[in-house]
Ligand binder design. Structure first.
Ligand code: NAP
Ligand code: MG
Length: 477
């Protein structure tokens, strides 16, 4: 990585207007392993100017040309696989196996989905003698979080490129290095200068400059609600479109006739995945009172088998949290759960034995949680599972929906009709039955405070398009 203190603007790696840099920390060792440039408003201005200029030409590119560009990016992403895995291991603290199977793979899936969705996307529709056509919205600002360094970036970049937009990306400061590799891949793929630009730096500086820039027509953001709301306020001033993917506090509904062992295994893995730093994690596990004790037993067995440790070790499933900030936040929530009177049955405060260095947290489970407790209402973003008992299916649905969030839901059971009923009753953008993973061609996004808009596949491309109707377009035909 040679370009880390520079920004990628107008097809070149350029020094920023400020010489200041920001340290990037490996959360497993707490050591600095690199620096990135601290971008400024001036750097954003240069990047947006380049994107605006590039849009004039890129918006006219044929679907075939855009598909070929995405093909070359996919090839480059494959070729840089080892670098990406190692970078995500270092900057996020992801165990090496997960860095490959979860993180690298997610980026690949989204580039492929964007390309495939583009191939069959209907941009034009004839209505009588008139035309309804979908056109790229313009220069877009992409602001991403740290929890999936290649997932959210590739998702937004792939869809925006497919739509014919040009862009400026500001990745999260906790994990900026994987985004630098993506910029190198896009450069090597021969994207015309200015189509893709990367400015590193702080959200309050670079992110703010993007969301207030008069020539940015849309901002796509993933991260916290607090920041999402700030971005929306900025965008409101000149009516920029916003697409927001925010937090969640999703319910994992175990039905009475579920296979308790298998569903407990999946429910636990779901919460511990990526050290709990997942917006769609099913952190509220809703369990029928009739099978509660038996289910808890299975949960405890499964939690016990989660291997936490050295991110280089291929058998390790859970690494540290991304930063000291996140570590402290999660510790405070565990304390809050104890203070609120939930029953701590696994994990708890402090670091796992033998892992004093690094921002490691114990896989933690609270039992007898009341849905009104903070640990059931607020997004913890750590490996903390809350078990909540319910008496009948209607109560489970009520608890599931008693949340300001509406991102995901999960249902496990034997009776298909009942699973369908629960899935349809949960007010969230996605529901997974029996742990069947989401397909990258299905839309992803949230109801309520979990966001606005949808990403992934054709719905993702749709976000970056404007709709135009032209009368008499087909007159004479
Ligand atoms: P965040 O502050 O919302 O950060 C997300 C992105 O927004 C980062 O690139 C950040 O820059 C940028 N940003 C921050 N302030 C900004 C501003 N005023 N204008 C424009 N952009 C701005 O999230 P976080 O602090 O990293 O994490 C906090 C919490 O958010 C987590 O505990 C979790 O609950 C939630 N979260 C949710 C998701 C999700 O997938 N839905 C992902 C991550 C976090 P910096 O590089 O300066 O941070
Ligand atoms: Mg932040």
């Amino acid at each position: 990585m040679y370009n880390n203190t520079k920004h990628y603007i107008n097809g070149e790696w350029l020094d920023g207007s400020s010489q200041e840099t920001i340290d990037v920390i490996n959360p497993a060792t707490e050591e600095v392993f690199g620096q990135v440039g601290r971008g400024t408003k001036e750097d954003v201005d240069r990047a947006v100017e380049a994107a605006k200029e590039a849009f004039i030409e890129y918006r006219t590119w044929s679907v075939d040309d855009r598909v070929e560009l995405l093909d070359r990016i996919i090839d480059g992403y494959e070729a840089r696989k080892e670098d990406i895995i190692e970078t995500i291991r270092l900057e996020l603290g992801s165990p090496v196996t997960k860095a490959e199977e979860v993180h690298w793979q997610a980026g690949m899936n989204h580039f492929v989905a964007a390309r495939d969705a583009l191939k069959s996307f209907q941009f034009d529709e004839r209505r009588g003698n008139h035309l309804v056509t979908k056109e790229p919205i313009g220069v877009v600002g992409l602001i991403t979080p740290w929890n999936f360094p290649t997932n959210q970036t590739s998702l937004k970049i792939g869809a925006a490129l497919a739509a014919g937009c040009t862009m400026v990306l500001k990745p999260a400061l906790n994990t900026p290095m994987a985004a630098i590799i993506l910029a190198e891949i896009i450069d090597a793929a021969g994207a015309p200068k200015g189509v893709f630009n990367l400015v590193n730096g702080k959200g309050s500086e670079v992110g703010d400059a993007i969301s207030t820039h008069k020539d940015v027509t849309m901002v796509s953001f993933t991260g916290s609600g607090v920041t999402g709301s700030k971005i929306m306020e900025n965008c409101a001033k000149d009516f920029k479109k916003v697409s927001l993917e925010l937090g969640g506090k999703s319910a994992y509904v175990i039905l009475e006739d579920a296979d308790l062992k298998a569903s407990a295994q999946r429910a636990v893995r779901n919460v511990m995945n990526n050290s709990g730093q997942v917006c769609s994690a099913g952190t509220r596990t809703l369990v029928p009172s009739s099978v509660y004790d038996a289910f808890v037993e299975e949960v405890l067995k499964e939690v016990d088998s989660v291997v936490v440790g050295d991110t280089k070790d291929k058998s390790v499933e859970m690494g540290p949290l991304v930063s000291l900030d996140q570590y402290e936040t999660v510790q405070q929530y565990i304390q809050k759960g104890i203070d609120e009177g939930a029953e701590l049955i696994a994990g708890g405060l402090g670091k796992p034995e033998g892992l004093e260095k690094g921002y490691y947290v114990k896989p933690t489970v609270f039992s007898k949680v009341d849905n009104q407790m903070a640990i059931a209402q607020e997004e913890i973003f750590g490996p903390v599972m809350s078990l909540i008992a319910y008496d009948d299916v209607e109560e489970a649905i009520e608890i599931a929906n008693d949340s300001v969030y509406g991102l995901a839901g999960y249902v496990e059971g034997s009776d298909l009709e009942q699973k369908r009923y629960v899935a349809r009753s949960i007010r969230t953008g996605v529901v997974m039955i029996d742990g069947v993973p989401r397909d990258p061609m299905l839309p992803f996004g949230g109801y309520k405070q979990s966001g606005i808009g949808r990403e992934w596949g054709d719905y993702g491309i749709e976000e970056y398009l404007e709709v135009k109707s032209i009368t008499a377009y087909y007159d004479g035909e």
